[in-house]
Design a protein around this ligand. Sequence first.
Ligand SMILES: [Fe+2]
Ligand SMILES: [Fe+2]
Ligand SMILES: [Fe+2]
Ligand SMILES: [Fe+2]
Length: 401
Amino acid sequence: MDSLCIMFSKAFDIIEAELAGASEYHSLRVAALCAKMGKKTGYDDDSLLALFFCALFHDNALTEYNLTHRLGGYKKIDLKPHCEYGQRNVEWLPFKKNIDGYILHHHSCENGKGPFKVREFPHEAALIGAADMIDVMNNLRRISPNELGKLRNKIAACIGKFSTKSAFEKLLDIMDGETLESLRDENIHITVRQLTPPWKTQMEDESVLRLARFIAHIIDCKSKFTRKHTEQIANRAWFMGGYYNYTREEKTKLYLSAALHDIGKIATPLQVLEKPDKLDKEEYRIIMDHVRHTHDWLSEVEGLGEIHRWACEHHEKLDGTGYPLKKSDVELDFNSRLLACIDIYQAVCEERPYHPARSHDETMPILYDMAEKGFIDRKIVKDLDEVMAAYSMRDLPLPSL
Ligand SMILES: [Fe+2]
Ligand SMILES: [Fe+2]
Ligand SMILES: [Fe+2]
Ligand SMILES: [Fe+2]
């Protein structure tokens, strides 16, 4: 869980940079600062874990906000929605500690001027808010230890304007030359590795499904055309696993792989993802590159094994004409073939810039044609036809937790 979360937050930082102009590894620095403050305060393991991962995901709803913001045509920045959505999303994660308000109030201020005009909120929200504010204002990734004095003055000057006095005091408490050094680009990965609270789980555990749902939702919110793409593919994969009598562990592995298969699209620029016209050669190359990003990012996660491989093979074809590795039928196992079929099914039936949403009956001939041409597995296409017919134009439910 912990290495998956760290990998995802690094990928997510690309979205923050694209949508909000944040500097690279912003989430990692905020999480590292919060972990240091939590440790210094003597937090127990569960409290530290909750604070660290909420800090890591404090802006998780940025894609969702951007989507509603763009679609709703809002004129001015409103901080409330990303706090509300972000809190709702993070509550899917299996924390042992109550995290009420941790993300909801990361922009609140005890002077009552924050987005919710409250004066009281959890101390953890204030710690996240203080770390967030200082990193945004001072570009901590590059600041050198001899600027420490100036930085400490700036932190002190925030008291009364943002977050809470006690949060900025905590920040001052840990802010020394060593801390500054540990946040620099060349050190931040080692720092985070040392500070990340271990979050271990078994594959059949429901926490894996919860984290997978969380990640899928955030990826999907990047574009209005993929709003339910990952979530629905993961749900369909879970459902097909049930049809094939997979064990819970096997279904969970497939679900996680499906949830991660398009994580690389985080790096695909929005104007390419949503281009209404035909893509040119370069744009097509950029789109195809998402699989390389998926591959590289998932390589950073320990213990994924075949989950990683299935996720990276969803655009391969049985006749060797797919991408990126042009693998052929002898190299593609059943779950890779299954995810490839489900991905095509979902892409064909959902609305895209270049085609409207399609019913099951309109979708299936396209898949049968591809099977006929030797691209995808015919038996799996038949099974999909049988299982998915009942859900034409309807969303498949989430696995019950
Ligand atoms: Fe925020
Ligand atoms: Fe932030
Ligand atoms: Fe893809
Ligand atoms: Fe996909």
